[in-house]
Design a protein around this ligand. Structure first.
Ligand code: AMP
Length: 424
C-alpha cells in the first residue's frame, strides 16, 4: 500500500515525502479513500495511530478543488478538546499543505482573542479550534459558517468528557446542513453514539484497534505500594532504570504540583502540565520534555490528552484514573506507531475498585510485581475478572469515603475547564 495508491495528489505526496513517511498507517489506508469520496466517517482511533494525517490529507485535497475562503468564512472546521491538540493539528495541517495555496489558522483560549479575530478577517480554508474560544468568536461575529464544507470532531469522546457538549451542539446548529462530517474518537461510548445520530449521515465506520482494548505492544504491570511510599518508589524506579523520558499521570492538579516538588528535591528535573497552568507554561513544559531537558512530565488526564510525543517509552500511573476508560487513554501514550512501551501503575489498597474496573475493561488481570523495600503494609486486595474489587479487612469505610471526594474532584476539574474556556 502506498499513499499514491490511495488517490492523493502530487503536492500532498511531496509533503509526505518531506516528512519521511513511507507508507500509510492502517487508519490512513482506511479513511483516506472514504473521505476523498465525500463520505461521512466515524473512526475509532487513538492518538498515535496517524489519525491526524488520516483526515487532514484528504480534507486538503477536497478543499483544493473549490474556491478559497471569503472574508470571515471557514471552509473546513476541526474541533479539538485541548489547546495542545489544536496547536498540533494546526502544525500538521501546515506541514501537509505546504505545497498548496490554502490558508489555515488555529484558535484556542488562554491567549488574546484580537489577533485571532484579525486572522479570521481574511477567511481561512482550514480552522482548527477548541469549542469554547470558537463560541466566543462566533458571538463576536468574527466568524461565519455559511460556507462550511467539512466538519471534523477530533477526540470527540474527550470533548464530551470535558463538558463541551453544549458548545458543540450550539456550533452544530450554526453549520449548513449540507456538509461532510468526520468524527474521530478513542472509544465509542453511548453518549458519543447519541451525538453521532443527528450528526453523521450514513457514515463509513472504521475501527483500528478493537473497542477499549489496549495496544498489545504495551507491557502493563502494577507495583502494589502504600500510598505514602509512592513518591519514594517513583524516584527509586527512575534512578534504578535510568529513565530519561517519563510521562507520569496524576489524578489531581494539586497532586501533580506536589509530585514535581518532591522530584525536584531529589534533583530529578520535572514539570507539571494541567488546567491551572498558563498556556505559555504548558507549551514550555512540553517543549522541554520533547527536547529531553525535562525528564519527567507530570500531567493530569485532561492536560495530557492529545499530547503528541512519538514513541514514548514509559508511562507511569502515579495514581489510577477516576474513570477506567482513562487508563486506556493514558497508556495509549506509549508503544505508539508499533514501538514497544511500558505502562506501570503504582497502586495502593484504596484504589482496588478502580483497578478492578480497569481490569474488567481491558479484559485481563494486570501482573503485580512487588519491589523490594516497598512491600505495602496495607495489602492490595486480590481482584477477579467479572467481579468488583473487594476492599475487605476494615478498609471498606475508607475506600467508600474516598469515592465521593474523588468524583467531586473530577467534576470540579471539568468545571474548571469550562470556567477556563469562559474566562479566557
Ligand atoms: P497522530 O495519531 O495523528 O497523533 O500521529 C501520531 C504520530 O505518527 C505523529 O507523530 C505523526 O507524525 C506520525 N505519523 C503519522 N502518519 C505516519 C506515517 N504514515 N508514517 C510514519 N509516521 C506517521
Amino acid at each position: 500500500m502506498t499513499f499514491s495508491s490511495l488517490g492523493l495528489s502530487a503536492p500532498l505526496l511531496q509533503a509526505l515525502h518531506d516528512k519521511g513517511y513511507e507508507k500509510p498507517t492502517s487508519i490512513q489506508a482506511q479513511v483516506i479513500p472514504s473521505i476523498l469520496a465525500g463520505r461521512d466517517v466515524m473512526a475509532a482511533a487513538q492518538t498515535g495511530t496517524g489519525k491526524t494525517a488520516g483526515f487532514t490529507l484528504p480534507l486538503l485535497q477536497r478543499l483544493v478543488k473549490g474556491s478559497c475562503a471569503k472574508p470571515n468564512r471557514v471552509r473546513a472546521l476541526v474541533l479539538t478538546p485541548t489547546r495542545e491538540l489544536a496547536a498540533q493539528v494546526n502544525e500538521s495541517v501546515k506541514q501537509y499543505a505546504k505545497y498548496l495555496s490554502l490558508r489555515s489558522s488555529v484558535v484556542f483560549g488562554g491567549v488574546k482573542i484580537n489577533p485571532q479575530m484579525m486572522q479570521l478577517r481574511r477567511g481561512v480554508d482550514v480552522l482548527v479550534a477548541t469549542p469554547g474560544r470558537l463560541m466566543d468568536l462566533c458571538n463576536q461575529n468574527a466568524i461565519k459558517f455559511n460556507e462550511l464544507e467539512i466538519l471534523v470532531l477530533d477526540e470527540a469522546d474527550r470533548m464530551l468528557d470535558m463538558g463541551f457538549i453544549n458548545d458543540i451542539r450550539k456550533i452544530l446548529a450554526l453549520l449548513p446542513k449540507n456538509r461532510q462530517n468526520l468524527m474521530f474518537s478513542a472509544t465509542f461510548s453511548n453518549d458519543i453514539r447519541k451525538l453521532t445520530k443527528g450528526l453523521l449521515h450514513n457514515p463509513v465506520e472504521i475501527e483500528v484497534s478493537p473497542r477499549n482494548t489496549t495496544a498489545t505492544t504495551v507491557k502493563q504491570i502494577i507495583h502494589p505500594v502504600d500510598k505514602k511510599d509512592k513518591p519514594r518508589l517513583l524516584t527509586h524506579l527512575i534512578r534504578e532504570n535510568n529513565w530519561d523520558q517519563v510521562l507520569v499521570f496524576s489524578r489531581t492538579k494539586h497532586g501533580a504540583n506536589r509530585l514535581v516538588k518532591q522530584l525536584e528535591t531529589k534533583k530529578i528535573h520535572a514539570a507539571a502540565i494541567h488546567g491551572d497552568k498558563s498556556q505559555g507554561a504548558r507549551t514550555r513544559a512540553l517543549a522541554g520534555f520533547k527536547k529531553g531537558e525535562i525528564k519527567i512530565l507530570v500531567a493530569t488526564d485532561i492536560a495530557a490528552r492529545g499530547i503528541d510525543i512519538s514513541e514514548l517509552p514509559h508511562v507511569i500511573n502515579f495514581d489510577l484514573p477516576d474513570v477506567a476508560e482513562n487508563y486506556v487513554h493514558r497508556i495509549g501514550r506509549t508503544g505508539r506507531a508499533g514501538a514497544s512501551g511500558e505502562a506501570i501503575s503504582l497502586v495502593c489498597a484504596d484504589e482496588v475498585d478502580v483497578l478492578s474496573d480497569i481490569e474488567n475493561l481491558i479484559g485481563k488481570l494486570l501482573p503485580r510485581i512487588l519491589i523490594d523495600g516497598f512491600t505495602p503494609s496495607h495489602t492490595l486486595p486480590t481482584t477477579q475478572l467479572g467481579k468488583k474489587g473487594t476492599p475487605s479487612r476494615g478498609k471498606k469505610a475508607k475506600t467508600k469515603a474516598h469515592t465521593k471526594p474523588r468524583r467531586r474532584r473530577a467534576q470540579s476539574d471539568s468545571k474548571n475547564s469550562t470556567r477556563n474556556k469562559q474566562t479566557r
